[in-house]
Design a protein around this ligand. Structure first.
Ligand code: ADP
Ligand code: G6P
Length: 468
């Protein structure tokens, strides 16, 4: 029987340790939360990194392996050196900032390329060992850009799809990468390449023309005698989860009477625009004394990539600004306006927060899609609530009824927050109806089905010339 082999750097579960015991928890981030549902419906196998297993003794290791197997996942373990160079230095130190247009974050000496190749090759060996003729391979995200090309060399007849969960930058930015041609050739090993938005697909096509000289015809490229298709497949969410009624214990969180609750939910990542967002909230509090004591911002930030220096710095700067704003805007009678929590929440609690918020603030400086925006809309079964959304999130292209903001314009963001707080109920409901209709219609199962149907149609051709 042919199977779906999903391949991503991180498995949908991560193994950690608590009081010496191994614990297996759901992984955070849009790739894992989004893809989990379609994967469960498939009879596939998910190949990826399980987290750090080095602290486990033999018995703990055996238990974890059994659990991973029961979840139909196959771990690719990484050494401390591999993790540091491939994951921290290259994937998150170089590719992540370049693809998010944050060029000042590129380190002076960007190491890690050799190890990036090496780990992609390690994933290729793990996939090839599992592969049976007829299987479909679906590779995900920027950590594994070379993998489709490597797989094509080893398995010329395989059906290979690739999906990029982050933006593909303008070719002017992409070409700053010293390894740009190798990266493109790696991606072109796939038969079908998917992006969240049409503009990312256009950026990719323009990079391929400029750097490799292949001219696309509509959404198709001829590469060394093979056809490679590329186009947008905007990712959705598992709407059933977010529209289900909250279980009674999840509804503990209630806004105070008469309060306007602003909500931010993010991985703590410097692309998410959390500091600018908090500055905008402070500006509202300064400009609108009538809202003091009535406006509360709940910012929950799930720890992410804590071993990467840029993330440690960003956390410190976020926490400084939270303290500074609370210091300036608190009074003896009112509670501090910014309520900040540095941790993950179970999904049902997250949904109860989405439901309690008056205004959801999604203000990244760049984001491939941003599923939080869609989760908020789907959760609002009451038809109320306002979404303030960055025009630099992929989701903005599909969510015209949100209040769109430019996160680099803090004053404009403050004005949008005021507009959201003051918005009449009729307008709130009509905007939310538009948002919900689209989010509910194009859910993540449809996304996966559309991608896999297009991949099933692909003609599998001759192999790519090996990369020099
Ligand atoms: P990214 O993939 O960059 O993290 P997305 O918005 O696309 O951004 O996806 C984030 C996912 O992580 C969402 O499914 C969201 O529910 C989840 N998430 C974000 N913050 C938290 C948190 N503090 N607790 C639990 N889940 C979170
Ligand atoms: C984003 C990326 C994913 C990644 C996730 C969490 O969603 O697109 O590929 O898995 O962030 O980041 P982490 O580095 O912890 O896997």
């Amino acid at each position: 029987m042919s199977r779906l082999l999903v391949v991503s750097n991180r498995l949908p579960v991560t193994v950690g340790a608590a009081q010496g015991e191994a614990i297996v928890t759901p992984s955070m981030g849009g790739l894992s939360t989004g893809l989990r549902g379609p994967f469960e419906r498939s009879q596939g196998l998910w190949i990826g990194w399980p987290g750090d297993l080095s602290g486990l003794d033999d018995a703990g290791r055996a238990t974890v392996m059994k659990e991973l197997q029961a979840l139909r996942t196959l771990p690719v373990e990484l050494t401390a050196d591999e993790l540091r160079s491939y994951y921290e230095d290259f994937a998150n130190g170089v590719l992540w900032p370049v693809f998010h247009y944050l060029l000042d974050r590129i380190p002076l000496h960007s190491g890690g390329w050799e190890m990036y190749r090496h780990v992609n090759a390690k994933f290729a060996a793990a996939v090839a060992a599992q592969y049976r003729p007829g299987d479909t391979i679906w590779v995900h995200d920027y950590q594994l850009l070379l993998l489709p090309g490597m797989l094509r060399e080893q398995l010329p007849g395989a059906r290979i799809g690739f999906f990029l969960h982050i933006p593909f930058p303008a070719s002017e930015v992409f070409r700053m990468l010293p390894w740009r041609e190798d990266v493109l050739r790696g991606m072109l090993g796939a038969d079908l390449i998917g992006f969240h938005t049409p503009s990312y697909a256009r950026n990719f096509a323009s990079a391929v023309v400029r750097l490799l000289g292949h001219e696309p015809v509509v959404d198709e490229l001829a590469v060394a005698g093979r056809k490679v298709r590329f186009r947008a497949f905007p990712m959705g969410i598992d709407t059933e989860t977010f529209t289900a009624p909250s279980p009674p214990h999840a509804g503990e969180f209630q806004p105070r009477p008469g309060e306007h609750l602003l909500l931010g939910v993010d991985r703590l990542d410097y692309t998410k625009g959390i500091r600018r967002r908090l500055s905008a909230v402070e500006r509202v509090l300064t400009r609108r004394p009538d809202l003091r004591g009535k406006l509360r911002m709940l910012q929950i930030a799930v720890p992410s990539r804590e071993s990467v220096t840029a993330y440690q710095d960003y956390r410190r700067r976020v926490e400084e600004i939270v303290g500074a704003i609370n210091g300036r805007c608190s009074s003896l009678t009112d509670s501090p306006p910014i309520h900040y929590m540095y941790r993950g929440f179970p999904q049902e609690q997250l949904i109860s927060l989405y439901r309690a918020a008056s205004v959801m603030l999604v203000t990244p400086t760049r984001d491939g899609m941003n599923l939080v925006a869609k989760e908020f809309a789907a959760s609002r079964t009451d038809g109320d609530g306002v979404l303030v959304l960055s025009e630099f999130a992929g989701a903005a292209e599909e969510m015209p009824e949100a209040l769109h903001i430019n996160p680099f314009d803090v004053d404009g963001m403050a004005q949008a927050i005021e507009q959201a707080v003051d918005m009449a109920e009729g307008e709130r409901r009509s905007r939310m109806a538009g948002l919900r209709a689209r989010v509910l219609r194009f859910d993540v199962h449809r996304w996966a089905e559309d991608f896999l149907a297009a991949l099933a149609d692909a003609e599998i051709g001759a192999p790519l010339e090996p990369t020099p």
